[in-house]
Design a protein around this ligand. Sequence first.
Ligand code: SAM
Length: 455
Amino acid sequence: MENSFENLSLNLYQGVRGLAVKILNRVDRTDAYLDKLLEIEIKNSQLSGVDKSLLFEIVHGVTRWQGRIDWILTGFYKGQFSKAIPNVKNALRVALYQILFLDKVPDYAAVNEAVEFVKKLQGQTAADLTNAILRNIIRNKESIRYPNPEEDLINYYSAYFSHPTWLVKRWINRFGKDEAEKLFLANNSKPSLMIRVNNLVTNIDELKSLLNKVELKFTDGKFLKEFLRINILTNITDWEYFAKGYFSVQDESTGFPIKLLDLDQNQRVLDLCAAPGGKTAFIADEMKNTGEIVALDKFESRLNVLNKNLNRLKVTNVKTFAIDALDYEDSEGFDRVLVDAPCSGLGTLTKKPDLKWKKDLGDVRKISNIQFDLLKKAATLVKSGGYLVYSTCTIEPEENFDVVKKFLEENPNFELIKDHPHINRAVIDENGCIATLPHIHGIDGSFAAKIKRII
Ligand SMILES: C[S@@+](CC[C@H](N)C(=O)[O-])C[C@H]1O[C@@H](n2cnc3c(N)ncnc32)[C@H](O)[C@@H]1O
């Protein structure tokens, strides 16, 4: 029975557009994240490399521009678009994304695909409706009207720049109109691919010459010498040197917390929230595989991914434990402790556009309590004279400096280190912490604070 169900669903959601609708239906209906769903579908599908890239582009693009796409569809849909049948709703979104944003797909092809798909799943009437709406939009493409910014700036920004109203309000209040606009645009740009050289296996010069040999164009990272920006979006993990552990794929912003740790060989380091191990591997690299790193994560499955990554990168100085960090005990103490806390991820919207629709202010507030508890716990595990680094990949103050400030107020035996002589001043904020913003620094939004245990 189950098998025939699966076959049925395989047949119904065929090809790139069918799979795109299937994934987007799930994003809407469950709390699963886009990338996880995409990864599962790609693994189970027989798509060619080109089609995999197109599927990635379509589901990311629809999600990135969903605010604008839905605004337009709401105007042309007879009835309430928000209440449309999921298959119809997402087939319309997929087609409209291609019509508005993808030059390589002719409009008529996008319409025909959507109409055929809807006909197969929902019947002729729904297909006729799909056809009529899309053709009507194509005819009026040049004269689409958005809310009037003079009268309703929030809804204008929300529709035009495709961000939820709560974030629009928040970021206009914080940054002002012009800067907020730049942030929306940066969030809506396609992500760039950055890699970190793994000095345990190679060095930056060798990696650059290998990239040149396969004609993969790159530029140096803006802030940290270990990072390179690959100028085209390519599936670089298929390259033989990825499997050989020459580099890992990670944004330059992830390097700052490691630099703040001020690592040396033979130290004892705790990585409290470690999976999937991007930062653990960089710590091991800075320590030249000496000393000891203890890496914790609450989820065994995520630690399995970490272990796989560390093996590939030839990291040998890490012990892992699947445990809630709040329950972890250790009598010896650590020279360095990293709390790379779970967060709303709102600094990473170029890569994870679904987060802007999935998270709200309640989530930001809720997670800040967890972050504070993790930082307090970490403080009990660092040796006197040692450093504690607190980091996130969000730009929201409640999850960043507010957590650190409250911690420092309650713990006078710790002090914030504000002087970072080896770090580019462009990423240091008014409090002496690292704070990156996508529209200013051209990398993911992130935060890191260096705290010293005095006694
Ligand atoms: C931001 S991610 C860490 C990313 C990682 N440091 C890296 O650079 O690849 C946060 C991690 O914290 C883990 N986590 C959340 N709550 C935790 C807890 N109470 N104890 C331990 N790990 C936790 C999550 O499973 C997640 O893997």
